[in-house]
Design a protein around this ligand. Structure first.
Ligand code: 1PR
Length: 535
């Protein structure tokens, strides 16, 4: 019957659930949205991809009678799959801006990860599961990495051990999944976990089919270092959206026509990188500071198309700020970000506007709460907000010559300078600002950034390796994950940055676009160097 191929989806409109929809459709099901509590009670199978903050989600569920409906649906042992916050809400309460009462179906309190023991919070990335009991949908998934992104987690205890089907180690052994009968919930994101994630969803949707085992050569052990493909996107001189790539941020060819370099089409390249094993794909709208991004409908279209069959996390950046258009209509940065999330972005990345916010914060010593960074991280959580830093190296003879944090550099400057500071820029490197990368990183962490994308204009496109001095400095300074970027020229550069710094991920553009070093060979090299990666 038609009902056999319908999934009822509970989406209360707080973030990116487009990927969940896309994954369900990809597996041959139609999606029906919950409008009323009756829709829950009548569902054949219910998927609940909780997004946003715990308290806000509980508010919505309580106000419209959904909370009661979910509880009675689950108590009847009807097919249920909760994802991320959709797992946490099943517990008694959460400490996230709380305590806040949850649905109370599973004994336990959801608490924050402790970053004091050296584990970065949010927990972002591909980690391994320990299967605790027959979980049906997970089965052999214990050998693979799955994608997590969260700052809060529930802990296993004697009271909830009947529920716990797998745990994950990240400082603590926290609950990665629960199962009782037909009721499942997972802390990670199957819709973002590539083929392995799709297999998990397939097993939930088709419980009677035989389990297909995914062979592994090597068992996943711990949080993997991520390899990220980055697509710098802009319109070319004919008005088409293309992937470009600069040399120290200069994307023009310096021929007579001075055209923008074109390295491919964004949707096609993103798909290719997904197939090649990229752990994440980033789109940077590099002229977003100039053109209003919501005017840039092609970029939204790129996200929509990409998220249809790319099942790893997508980040989009460029032009996230408040804006008043020619007709006097005001758009908040939050609206811009919301549109990106609705179109399939999992994280947004802020460049220029975060520099201004950090400068103001350092000047006044007060968090205004009004910056795009603060607003977006308040509504969507800090795990959804990346700050992109675009610094340029400035050599100095004596650290006392500048008010910014300097470091002793491995290679002295042109006049034998042994020190340097890293000056932040805005507008795609066009304007230097009176703030260093070190000061910026600390400030944006306090303002709510969940991750730092650390570029370096000097190294960009040079293929001479990452700026180890800079990446070490920043990754030792903050306790949020740092993505190393700019300068990758070989697979060895990736192992170097992971060995010498505390970067959680490394990103490259040019070598992937020009097919000089495929993603697979980077992964193989890291594996040979005994660096944990997702295969
Ligand atoms: O300021 O919020 O509108 O955001 C603008 C965003 O666009 C920022 O994230 C900024 O980094 C990016 N951007 C602006 N101009 C350029 C440019 O190249 N002219 N691209 C630009 C930044 C740098 C990296 C690049 C790595 C790796 N691109 O993302 O992909 O350096 O390259 P490589 O592996 O080839 O060395 P806002």
């Amino acid at each position: 019957s038609a009902a056999d191929s319908v999934v009822t989806l509970l989406d209360y409109g707080a973030g990116n659930v487009r990927s969940v929809r896309n994954a369900i459709r990809h597996l041959g099901f139609d999606v029906k949205d919950v409008q009323t509590p009756e829709d829950i009670l009548n569902a054949e199978r219910l998927v609940f991809p909780g997004v946003g903050a715990f308290a806000a989600a509980m508010d919505v569920l309580n106000k419209n009678g959904m909370a009661e409906a979910i509880c009675s649906y689950i108590e009847k042992d009807r097919p249920f799959l909760g994802i991320c916050l959709g797992l946490q809400l099943l517990f008694e309460s959460s400490e996230e801006n709380g305590p806040v009462k949850g649905l109370g179906l599973i004994p336990g309190v959801v608490g924050r990860f402790d970053s004091s023991n050296g584990f970065r919070v949010p927990h972002i990335g591909w980690n391994a599961l320990q299967i605790e009991k027959d979980s049906l949908i997970l089965d052999d998934v214990g050998s693979h990495h799955v994608y997590f992104v969260h700052s809060y987690r529930a802990m296993p205890s004697d009271e909830n051990k009947d529920w716990v089907s797998s745990t994950c180690n990240y400082g603590d052994n926290f609950i990665a999944s629960v199962r009782r009968g037909n009721v499942h919930a997972v802390q990670f994101h199957p819709e973002k976990s590539g083929d392995v994630g799709l297999t998990i969803l397939r097993r939930f949707l088709y419980p009677k089919t035989n389990l297909e085992k995914k062979p592994t050569e090597r068992k996943a052990l711990k949080l993997a270092k991520r390899v990220i493909a980055c697509l710098d996107v802009r319109t070319n001189d004919r008005g088409d959206l293309v992937v470009t790539k600069g040399d120290q941020y200069d994307v023009r060819k310096h021929t007579k026509e001075n055209e923008v370099r074109e390295l491919g089409k964004p949707v096609e390249l993103a798909r290719q990188y997904y197939k090649d094993g990229a752990d994440e794909v980033s789109f940077l709208n590099i002229t977003g500071f100039r053109d209003f991004p919501l005017g840039d409908l092609p970029m939204l279209q790129v996200l929509r198309y990409t998220s249809e069959n790319v099942f790893v996390p997508l980040t989009v950046g460029g032009g996230i700020r408040d804006f008043t258009d020619a007709n006097g209509r005001h758009y908040s940065s939050l609206e811009v970000a919301s549109e990106y999330f609705r179109c399939g972005a999992d994280k947004i990345s802020i460049g220029s506007d975060a520099v201004y916010a950090a400068e103001e914060y350092l000047r006044t010593g007060v968090k205004s709460g009004k910056s795009s960074l603060e607003q977006i991280s308040r509504v969507y959580g800090n795990q959804a907000v990346v700050v992109s830093i675009d610094p340029r190296r400035v050599y100095v003879k004596n650290p006392k010559d500048v008010e910014f944090k300097t470091i002793r550099v491995a290679n002295p400057g042109p006049n034998g300078e042994e020190f340097a500071w890293y000056q932040c820029t805005v507008s795609g490197g066009r304007e230097g600002r009176p703030i260093g990368a070190y000061e910026l990183a600390k400030a944006v962490e306090e303002l709510g950034a969940g991750e730092i994308l650390l570029n370096c204009i000097d190294c960009d496109g040079q293929k001479k390796g990452f700026d180890i001095d800079l990446i070490k400095l920043i990754s030792d300074t903050v306790s949020i994950p740092v993505i190393a970027s700019s300068g990758a020229g070989s697979a060895e550069h990736f192992s170097e940055v992971f060995r010498k710094t505390n970067a959680s991920a490394a990103l490259a553009a040019g070598i992937f676009h020009r097919k000089e070093v495929p993603i697979q060979s980077v992964k193989e090299h890291l594996l040979n160097e005994h660096i944990e990666v997702r295969i």
